[in-house]
Ligand binder design. Sequence first.
Ligand SMILES: [Zn+2]
Length: 125
Amino acid sequence: MARVLINEFAVAGKKVKRTYAIYGGLIPPYTMKIGSDKYIMPGWYKLDKDEELPNIEDIGYYPYKPKIDDSLKNIDSNKVYKVTSSKGDKEYQVQLNTSGSLECSCPGYGFRRRCRHITEVQSSL
Ligand SMILES: [Zn+2]
C-alpha cells in the first residue's frame, strides 16, 4: 500500500515548506480536489486548508519493487536437494521454505541461517 511521506523545512521568517513523497504501491502520485478539500494520492493525504496543491513533478515517487533473488530462480520449489556432509557420513536436505529462501537440515544452518550446503546447491544450478 502506498504511503505519503512528508518532509518539513523550516525557513527563517517564512512559512514551513513541505515536500511530499509516495512510498510503495504501483500508482504514481497525483492530486485531487473534492469540494474544498485537497488530497495527495494515492494515500489520501489531506492538505491543510491554506496549503496549495504541490506540483506533481515535486512529489517524490518510490514505487513498490518486489525483491527478486536471482540466485534462486533455478531452484525447483518442490524439490529437496540432498547434499552430503564434508566428511561424507551424513546427508543434509536443502529446500525452499515458505518464505522463499533456502534452508538446510544441518546444525550449522540452524545456528547461522547460512551454510555450505545451501551455497553448494545454489552453485550447482
Ligand atoms: Zn547445511
